[in-house]
Design a protein around this ligand. Structure first.
Ligand code: SF4
Ligand code: SF4
Length: 422
């Protein structure tokens, strides 16, 4: 047995906590989780059944923690998990799961399959079987500060561009501001309109905010890959900056997994509660709207629909806020089937979008979203996650669909009454 395999199997044993053991022992093999997973529904391939993706972890559980399994191992009736098997399993764990959480919602015995897959990724990472592109992204995040290799000068260039366009100062390193604003690399590279929209909305609402030079990146590929130590290092940069600047709240950007990483996983990774709040940008915008500080004029006449990012809606509970905000600026809003907590994933969350090998499967999985969009008859698709946006734009292009994807923050800014702009 190689040293990394031994480390990985030990890690598998370690991650088999009481919930995991109880989940495996209570599975009744009903197959309902298969019907909830877009990788199964769009391919019909049984290997994409959620619980099946956990097979190596199940075998370690059986051999190490059940009487029959222990006896089988003792008498040579079962074989240990090997490096070759983990190699074979790696694409299943990293390419065909977006950690969307839909399977966990339907399991009749309450198995949190998504939690189990995350734990399985921890074992895969520890045994040296993490997906290559995610390893590279995580290395860049740790060494350079961002998974796409973006450094502060690139952010500064975008800030200068936004300031020139809007005439509004983008505050940087402002101690005592109420909010620390984070962004995702994808916004910095692909959607500079987010920072521009945010500046204009916050200017109108009189919000006190800042960016931090050493903590602008919200995404956390350490969580996606299953490496807690790296995930902790990435999260700690934000915590240190928020505490140094003494902000009251950190705003997670239009990015699904970043919200999970900082809001739900952050305190667990750090081993302590935060001395500041964490909110998704949609929660902040909804609060401003309720307080009468988000003033809009006119409404969008286009038929439009909203894609719920899984980590924001299902795993983050932000469902009503985007709909209230859309109600402010849309006249013809059409829900997709299963909208809200039972939404269907775009197919690229959980690191799948950063995984070049997964592209054909990702496009296959996108067929579910394609059908949902077609059912609404819209040509404008609103969302609140830069990763979903890129994945959907890729899918729409691939299937020759004439549908534009727009960020919700950006849409709101289009209808802003800019009475205070200067
Ligand atoms: S839905 Fe739950 S009980 Fe049914 S096969 Fe999947 S994990 Fe097992
Ligand atoms: S978390 Fe989502 S993508 Fe992963 S197995 Fe479950 S339903 Fe499928």
């Amino acid at each position: 047995m190689t040293a990394t395999l031994e480390k990985g199997l030990n890690s598998f044993k370690e991650v088999i906590d009481a919930p995991i053991a109880s989940f495996f022992s209570s599975c009744v093999h009903c197959g309902l989780c298969a019907e909830a997973c877009l990788f199964y529904t769009e391919t019909g391939d049984a290997k994409y059944t959620p619980i099946h993706k956990l097979e190596p972890l199940r075998r370690v559980w059986k051999q190490e923690y059940t009487l029959l399994g222990k006896l089988g191992k003792m008498f040579g009736l079962s074989t240990a998990v090997t490096d070759a098997e983990l190699d074979e399993w790696e694409p299943l764990v990293y390419d065909s799961c977006t950690l969307c959480g839909r399977c966990s919602m339907v399991c009749p015995v309450g198995n949190d399959i998504t939690y189990m897959i995350r734990k399985m990724r921890e074992g895969m990472a520890a045994s040296g079987h993490a997906q290559e592109d995610l390893v590279d992204a995580t290395t860049r995040a740790v060494t350079l500060g961002s998974p796409m290799g973006i450094k502060w000068p690139a952010v500064l260039a975008q800030i200068k561009h936004v300031q020139a366009e809007t005439g509004i100062e983008v505050p940087v390193e402002r101690a005592g501001a109420d909010y620390l604003v984070l962004m995702s690399s994808m916004e910095i590279i692909n959607f500079p309109e987010y920072l521009s929209a945010l500046s204009r909305i916050f200017k109108q609402a009189g919000v006190s905010w800042t960016l931090a030079e050493d903590a602008f990146e919200a995404t956390n590929s350490g969580i996606q890959i299953g490496a807690s130590d790296l995930a902790r290092e990435i999260v700690s940069r934000i915590v240190v900056a928020a505490e140094r600047l003494k902000v009251k709240c950190v705003i997670s950007p239009e990015c699904g997994h970043a919200f999970t990483a900082i809001r739900w996983e952050g305190p667990n990774l750090m081993g302590r509660p935060f001395g500041f709040e964490v909110k998704h940008i949609l929660e902040v915008l909804d609060e401003l709207h309720k307080a009468g500080k988000l003033k809009t004029k006119g409404k969008d006449k286009r038929p439009l629909t909203y894609h719920d990012p899984c980590q924001i809606a299902r795993r983050g509970g932000v469902v009503e806020q985007p709909r209230r905000l859309l109600g402010e600026v849309a006249t013809d809003f059409r829900e997709m089937p299963d909208a809200g907590v039972m939404n269907w994933c775009c197919g690229g969350g959980g690191g799948v979008s950063a995984n070049s090998r997964a592209e054909p499967l990702r496009l296959e999985a996108f067929k579910h979203k394609k059908g949902q969009i077609e059912a609404t008859g819209v040509q404008t698709l609103i969302t609140a996650c830069a990763n979903c946006r890129i994945v959907m734009e890729e899918g729409l292009e691939h299937y020759h669909m004439k549908v534009e994807v727009v960020g919700l923050t950006e849409l709101l800014a289009e209808y802003l009454v800019e009475e205070n702009a200067s």
